[in-house]
Ligand binder design. Structure first.
Ligand code: GCO
Length: 403
């Protein structure tokens, strides 16, 4: 009995732990035609398999989506505001677009849902992209001006803010892989955009904080559980550390002292002496091309905490693109077990945010990968909550890993 009681205790999350789901404007709103991604989706020769078009029509259906999220048992909703709607041409701000996002925030609050707002999630207005995008340091001033307008307009309704989503992924997939617009593969531009993004975070954080007062503001970073293979091979360890330094520590070093670091993790990366090795034979591979590896979340939380010298961690994304909803539940359960282990070891983890509320537009992959807790039938825009939505909602309500 005593053992059982202890087990039950160990499955509880701390009081006040935040439970949310996430989306991003371009992936769900629909018709964001004035940004660089829309142009990219319609440009011949890119790796995009299909255009986003109406997406999930969340721009109009957000009241129902937020009501559903609340009914499922979550307490916060992480979404992004679309710069190209708010500032469609340089220096011209749309009050109607800002008012739209005020209504989104207000709808959240009416349902007891905390709005967690991301100021940049992968997309930039066409006019920003046309002038060098995130390789041009002038983008930092422009982004800060946009963030100042937006945070002044929305700040009283925002509970927490994320500055820039996964700058490390944007820089890498744009300038090293060529899968994000403008797709120019160039190592120097990669380095340059990393610098611009890092400086942008440091500056915009203060701009947003000026409007939000003492509400938490932080960066969200894509993190992978980098593993040396074999673990004791010196060269493999050196190569693994190189990947970590370039992709993650470059940002983690810059966020010391921030209110939180947003950890976003999906899988691991096995690294040998010569570089990444790909999936291990026998480990299931997901439609995104990486391994089913839910243990990666605990590992990356630990690393973020360590490298930042103890910045509180907020899991701002974690989830799985799969057609098998039972597999999603298993994945989430193991990942959350990892969060509990981190908490038991004294690491401050503020909350958990599942990617994603809805099946949505997965960038160059189009609508194929299904990350949603809620299915979307795109011809009718009908939403259907999956068993995983009820499962995670019940975990959120209980604030414990229950069956
Ligand atoms: C990212 C983004 C999301 C993705 C998600 C699944 O991390 O790439 O924040 O836009 O859809 O990660 O790949």
């Amino acid at each position: 009995m005593v053992g059982l009681a202890c087990g039950a205790m160990a499955d509880r999350f701390p009081d006040g732990f935040w439970w949310g789901t996430a989306t991003a404007a371009h992936q769900v709103e629909g018709n964001n035609w004035n940004n660089d991604w829309w142009a990219w989706e319609h440009q011949p020769g890119t790796p995009c398999v299909e255009p986003s078009l109406d997406a999930c029509d969340h721009y109009h259906r957000y009241p129902d989506d937020i009501a559903l999220l609340a009914a499922l048992g979550f307490d916060n909703y992480r979404f992004s505001i679309e710069w190209s709607r708010i500032e469609p041409e340089e220096g011209f701000f749309s009050k109607a677009a800002l008012d739209h996002y005020r209504r989104v925030c207000a709808t959240c609050l009416e349902h007891g849902i905390d709005p967690v707002v991301t100021f940049h999630h992968f997309t930039s207005p066409r006019w920003v992209a046309a002038d060098g995008g995130w390789t041009n340091p002038a983008t930092i001033d422009r982004f800060c001006r946009f963030a100042e307008q937006a945070s002044k307009h929305l700040g009283d309704l925002i509970t927490r803010a994320c500055t820039i989503n996964e700058p490390n992924i944007v820089a890498f997939l744009t300038y090293m892989v060529g899968a994000f617009p403008p797709g120019t593969r160039d190592k120097n531009l990669y380095k340059q955009s990393q610098e611009v993004f890092r400086d942008a975070h440091c500056r915009v954080r203060d701009v947003i904080k000026a409007a939000l007062g003492d509400k938490p503001v932080g960066l969200t970073l894509a993190m992978s559980d980098y593993q040396a293979v074999p673990p004791d091979d010196e060269q493999a360890v050196a190569m693994r550390d190189r990947y970590r330094r370039v992709s993650e520590d470059f940002y983690l070093d810059a966020v010391r002292g921030d209110d939180f670091i947003g950890v976003q993790t999906y899988s691991r990366t096995r690294v040998g002496a010569g570089g990444p090795l790909g999936p291990e034979p026998g480990v299931p591979v997901l439609p995104m091309g990486y391994e089913y590896y839910p243990e990666s979340l605990g590992a990356t939380i630990r690393r973020a905490w360590e490298v930042t010298g103890g910045v509180p961690v907020l899991v701002t994304e974690n989830g799985i693109g799969t057609d098998d909803d039972d597999q999603r539940i298993s994945y989430l359960r193991t990942a959350l077990r990892g969060v509990l282990d981190c908490l038991a070891d004294g690491i401050t983890v503020l909350g958990y945010t599942c990617w994603s509320l809805l099946d949505n537009f997965e960038w160059a992959f189009g609508y194929g990968p299904k990350f949603g807790l809620v299915a979307v039938e795109r011809s009718t825009q009908l939403r259907t909550a999956k068993p995983s939505a009820y499962w995670l909602g019940s975990v959120a309500r209980a604030n414990a890993l229950v069956d």
